[in-house]
Design a binder for this molecule. Structure first.
Ligand code: ADP
Ligand code: MG
Length: 693
C-alpha cells in the first residue's frame, strides 16, 4: 500500500523511474488526480454491497452477489476455449465459476473442499447459474458495515489503492463550503463536507438505489456544485468578451447587401430574414459577436452567411469562412462565388492542398486586403497567416471542428496586439437541445432557423435488412430511370481507415459490375482534392447517376437532383451522422427516399437509433433522442478531448438544478466573490478553456 515509506523505498529501490513516481502514482496523474482536492472530487461510479452474504439458492441472473461457498470441483477446460472452471456450493444450491484468463495459483486456490467468499455478477450459463471472473476472498474476513465505493479507474490502478489515496485526501483536504449559508438554505443543499464524506463512505442506512440513481441529497449537492462551477465560468467568459473590442460593421443594408438581395433566385424565408437581422445587429456593436446559427440540414444557412459577409465587406472588412472539409470548402467557394463575384466582391480560396505559386498569391491577397472573402479549411487559422483587416469569421458545421481548433480560433484574436477581435458566427446543423445550449453555450447567443425553404417534400425513410440488398439495387435503377440521382454510402469501418477505403472501392466495383448501364462515381477522403472536386462537380452536373461515397459527403453537400440515398450498415452510424447523411437528399422538389440497410441482429441501441430515424425527420427531436442515447459529451463531439465536462449532473434529468445554478450565478459573483473563486478552484481546474470554445 502506498505509504510514505513505500514511496521513499521505491525512489531509492529498483523500480524508481526518472520522475520518482511509483507506477500507481503515475496512473493517478493520468486520471488527472494530482492534489488532495482532485482526489476528493473523484467520486464513485457505483457501489458494491459487500455487507451481506447471499444464499446461492436465492440468486437470480443479473444480480451482484456475495456468497460463502465450498469448492466441489475445479478443472481447466479446453473447450470451447481454455478456461478455468469450478463448481461451488453453500447449503442452499450450486453455482459455476469461470475464468477465461487465469494464473496457475488461482487453480490451487480452488481445490476441492476449499472454503471461499465469492463475489461477482450472477448470469445464466450453459448449465445453470454462473459467475465469470468473480472476486475471491476469505470467509473469515469481517463484513463491511457500509457500501463499498467503486471508483473510475484505469488499467493497473487498483480500487484498493484508490480508496486508500482518497481516504487520506479526505483527512487533509480543505472541505470547507464554497456556498454561502444563505444559498445552501435557499435551495436545501447539504453542506459540502457532509455530502462528500457520505459519497465516499456511505453510512449503513443509505440505500444503494438512491446512490446509484444519484437522487440522494449528497449527490444533489455535488451536481449543483458542478453546474454552478460551469455557469460561473461561462459568465466570466462572457464578461471577458464584453471587455474586448471589435470593429463595428455598421453599414447595414449597404450597396452589396442590396445587390445580393435583388440577385437571388428565391425569396428568403421569414426565419432567414429574422436571423440575418439578429446577426446584422450584433455586427454593428463594438464587442465581438459570438453567435451560433442553428438550422436543420437544408434550412439555408449558407445564404445567411453570405448576408453577414456583405455587411462586413460593405463596412470595409475582410471575412473568413471556414469549413471542416476541403470538399465543403470547395462547395462553399463555388456557391459564394456564384452569389458574390457578380457583385464585384473578390473571393479567394485557401486550403491545405493549395500549394506553390497559387498559395503565395492567395496569401498575398489575404495579407494585402485585396481578397475580401476568404473561403477555406482549418488552414485559415494556421500560424503565420495574417489578414489585413479581418472583421468576421464564419465557422460552418462548427460541431465538426475539434475543441482544439475552436480554441485556436477564439485565441486568434486575443493574440493580436491591437486587441480588436473579429466577430464570430458559428453555424451548425446539429440542433442542440435547449438544456444543452443553455449549459454549454451560455456564452454563445443563439439564432435558430426553424423552418425549411418552401417546396421541400420530407424525406421518406425505409429500413431494409441487408438480405434485401438486391431489391435496394433495383430501387436505385428505378430512380435513375426517372432522371434522378442516388448516393450510395459505404459502411463505416471505425477501426481502420485503410479498411474503410477498401470497402468503398469494393462497393464501387461491385455496383459497377451489377449495373453496367449506370454511370457510377466514387468519392472518398483519400482522393486528392482536385479529384474530389472533379467527382463532385460531375455528380452535380449529372454526369454520374450514382455516387458511391464514404462519409465525406456527410456534411453540407448540396445536389438537389439527388433523391435517393442508400446507407449500408446503417447500424454502425451515430444518430446525428445518419441525420446529416439523410439531409443530403430531399433538397429538390422530388419525393426523396433514404434507405437504411442494416445487418441483423441489431443491438438494442442500434435498434433505437434506426427507429428514431424511421419515426422522425425533425432534427431537434433526433437531437433529443441522441442526447438520451449517448449523453452530452459525444453529442458535442468532445469525446476526443478526454474532458468530461459534466461528470455527475445530467442535463436531461437535472433541469431544475441547472436552473437553480443559473440563478445563483449573479448572487455568487456580486455578493460572494471569494466563495465564487474558491468554488471555481475546486471544480474547474484546467477546464475553463474548454468552455470558451
Ligand atoms: P444548410 O443550412 O444545410 O447549409 P444550404 O445553405 O446548403 O443549407 O441550403 C440548402 C439549399 O437551399 C441550397 O441549394 C440553397 O441555395 C437553397 N435555399 C436556401 N434558402 C432558400 C430559400 N429561401 N428558398 C429556396 N431555396 C433556398
Ligand atoms: Mg451547410
Amino acid at each position: 500500500m502506498p505509504t510514505t515509506s513505500d514511496r521513499r523505498a521505491s525512489r531509492s529501490g529498483a523500480p524508481a523511474r526518472p520522475d520518482g513516481l511509483t507506477p500507481s502514482e503515475r496512473k493517478l496523474l493520468q486520471l488527472g488526480l494530482r492534489t488532495p482536492q482532485d482526489l476528493i472530487v473523484h467520486l464513485p461510479l457505483r457501489y458494491e454491497d459487500e455487507t451481506r452474504i447471499h444464499a446461492v439458492g436465492g440468486l437470480v441472473p443479473g444480480q451482484a452477489a456475495q456468497v460463502d461457498v465450498t469448492v466441489i470441483r475445479s478443472e481447466v477446460q479446453l473447450r470451447p476455449r481454455r478456461q478455468l472452471h469450478a463448481v461451488v456450493e453453500d447449503g442452499t444450491g450450486r453455482i459455476a465459476l469461470r475464468w477465461l484468463h487465469f494464473y496457475p495459483n488461482q487453480q490451487k486456490q480452488l481445490q476441492a473442499g476449499a472454503a471461499l467468499r465469492v463475489r461477482g455478477e450472477v448470469r445464466r450459463g450453459f448449465d445453470g447459474l454462473e459467475m465469470v471472473h468473480p472476486h475471491i476472498g476469505r470467509q473469515e474476513e469481517p463484513l463491511p458495515s457500509s457500501l463499498t465505493p467503486v471508483y473510475p479507474s484505469t488499467a493497473g490502478l487498483t480500487q484498493g489503492y484508490l480508496r486508500k489515496a482518497i481516504a487520506r485526501a479526505l483527512d487533509i483536504a480543505d472541505l470547507s463550503d464554497t456556498l454561502p449559508e444563505a444559498l445552501r438554505e435557499q435551495h436545501g443543499l447539504m453542506p459540502f463536507r457532509d455530502a462528500i464524506r457520505l459519497l465516499h463512505n456511505p453510512p449503513p442506512d443509505v440505500s444503494e438505489a438512491s446512490l446509484r440513481e444519484k437522487g440522494h441529497p449528497a449527490w444533489k449537492r455535488i451536481k449543483f456544485d458542478e453546474l454552478l462551477a460551469q455557469q460561473l465560468s461561462l459568465a466570466i467568459a462572457r464578461e471577458e468578451r464584453m471587455r474586448q473590442h471589435a470593429h463595428q460593421l455598421s453599414v447595414r443594408n449597404g450597396a452589396l447587401e442590396q445587390a445580393l438581395r435583388s440577385s437571388l433566385p428565391f425569396q428568403l424565408t421569414e426565419a432567414q430574414e429574422r436571423v440575418i437581422a439578429e446577426i446584422g445587429a450584433d455586427l454593428t456593436r463594438a464587442h465581438p459577436m459570438h453567435r451560433l446559427l442553428q438550422g436543420d440540414v437544408g434550412s439555408g444557412k449558407t445564404i445567411v452567411a453570405a448576408f453577414a459577409a456583405t455587411q462586413a465587406i460593405d463596412s470595409g472588412q475582410q471575412v473568413a469562412i471556414m469549413a471542416p472539409t476541403e470538399l465543403l470548402a470547395t462547395q462553399h467557394f463555388d456557391k459564394l462565388m456564384g452569389w458574390l463575384a457578380p457583385l464585384g466582391i473578390s473571393v479567394c480560396w485557401l486550403t491545405g492542398s493549395l500549394t506553390g505559386k497559387k498559395r503565395k498569391e492567395a496569401l498575398q491577397a489575404i495579407e494585402s486586403g485585396s481578397a475580401q472573402l476568404i473561403v477555406g479549411t482549418q488552414a485559415l487559422i494556421q500560424e503565420g497567416l495574417s489578414f489585413a483587416r479581418l472583421g468576421l469569421i464564419i465557422l460552418d458545421e462548427q460541431h465538426r471542428f475539434g475543441v482544439g481548433q475552436r480554441l485556436q480560433l477564439s485565441r486568434k484574436g486575443e493574440e493580436v496586439e491591437t486587441t480588436i477581435i473579429p466577430h464570430q458566427l458559428h453555424m451548425s446543423a446539429t440542433p442542440i437541445p435547449r438544456t444543452l445550449a443553455m449549459t454549454f453555450f451560455a456564452d454563445l447567443d443563439v439564432s435558430v432557423i426553424d423552418t425549411l425553404p418552401p417546396g421541400r417534400t420530407p424525406v421518406v425513410t425505409k429500413l431494409a435488412d441487408n438480405a434485401r440488398r438486391d431489391e435496394v439495387i433495383q430501387r436505385v435503377v428505378a430512380e435513375v430511370r426517372q432522371g434522378r440521382q442516388a448516393y450510395w454510402v459505404c459502411p463505416l469501418v471505425q477501426e481502420s481507415e485503410a479498411l474503410q477505403l477498401q470497402t468503398a472501392e469494393d462497393t464501387f466495383q461491385s455496383l459497377a459490375g451489377l449495373l453496367p448501364d449506370l454511370r457510377i462515381g466514387l468519392i472518398h477522403g483519400r482522393l486528392p482534392t482536385a479529384e474530389k472536386s472533379r467527382v463532385m462537380d460531375a455528380f452535380r452536373s449529372g454526369e454520374y447517376d450514382v455516387l458511391v461515397a464514404t462519409t465525406v459527403i456527410e456534411v453540407g453537400v448540396d445536389v438537389p437532383n439527388a433523391s435517393l440515398m442508400v446507407v449500408e450498415h446503417a447500424e454502425r452510424f451515430g444518430l446525428a451522422q445518419l441525420h446529416q447523411l439523410r439531409g443530403r437528399v430531399g433538397r429538390g422538389s422530388a419525393q426523396s427516399v433514404c434507405v437504411l440497410m442494416y445487418q441483423s441482429p441489431l443491438s438494442l441501441i442500434a435498434r433505437q437509433r434506426l427507429r428514431a430515424m424511421y419515426e422522425t425527420t425533425d432534427g431537434f427531436e433526433i437531437a433529443r433522442r441522441d442526447l438520451d442515447l449517448r449523453g452530452p459529451g459525444e453529442f458535442l463531439g468532445i469525446r476526443q478531448s478526454g474532458t468530461d465536462i459534466l461528470r455527475f449532473a445530467s442535463l436531461a434529468e437535472d433541469t431544475q438544478l441547472v436552473e437553480k445554478a443559473q440563478e445563483a450565478v449573479g448572487l455568487m459573483r456580486s455578493r460572494y466573490p471569494g466563495h465564487a473563486r474558491r468554488h471555481m478552484h475546486r471544480w474547474m481546474k484546467g477546464k475553463q478553456d474548454f468552455l470558451r470554445t
